[in-house]
Design a protein around this ligand. Sequence first.
Ligand code: DGY
Length: 322
Amino acid sequence: MPAPPRARVVATRRLPAPVVSELRASFELVLHDRVEAPPRDDVLASAAGADALLTVPTDRVDAELLDAAGGRLRVIAQYGVGHDNVDLAAATARGVVVTNTPDVLTGATAELTIALLLALARRVAEGDRLVRRGDPWSLSPTFLLGTGLAGRTLGVVGWGRIGREVGRLAAAHGMRVVHASRSSGIPLDRLLADADAVSLHTPLTPETRHLLGEEALARMRPGALLVNTSRGAVVDEQALVRALLAGRLAGAALDVFEDEPDVHPELRRLENVVLTPHIASATHEAREAMGMLCVEALRDALFERTVPRHALNPVAWSRADA
Ligand code: DGY
């Protein structure tokens, strides 16, 4: 007797080798094996007839993609914790469960946040560019001075797992940490006025889109630093550029952008801006653990026929079974 067909999983990006092995052991894997985003039409075409999709936070997971996949689709495993790219209502309406990968990337994301804060405060990227350009330099008491972190106030906006871990690491650097969130901490306006550096850790929602716009940026303490490892659109990039050009902020470090992978040309030009290409969770350890959580979610949904542990819309499961 021929073996029964295996569930078909379509993954939109290159994946760590151990994750690919696990997926191949259990499923028929269709892999867009490249680092860059595949053309949308390719994703739509490959999704047809899939039982599951494995997506990343910059894929648009909307009604068009769900419909292109069709009626077999049961689960979407998102390789990341943020899921503002996913139309959860559209997935739920079609009985498709969506999962994400919390916890395992908290440490990596918090570490990169502190790395960016240090890079900005101590002008690491600026010094690196200067040396690479071959500019003349010499050790001198007034050359390329930065600011220490100890004794400064860090304002953490969003007090979930990652925000709290950033707070813990910042405190270990001698910083005073205050936070603002929907349910605890101090009012955002007070945080912006008090903090020497502000770090963003909110999900992107209609309420947090452009949370740091013209007005909020104007409320920040003159000479403050801004770090964003959450989502680009939490900051109004155009307003940020104006604040930086006017010298109201001393600098910004950004891992995420409003229109990734495009970056505002002024941000790329400014010396007091540190830019990284959305790598906050990009450690071998975190990315492998995230992948294994995706594998677990796919096996739960497609083999065990149970709601995966990190389902964002568990109600979709009962809908599919109805
Ligand atoms: C996430 O998990 O949401 C990150 O932005 C991607 O690693």
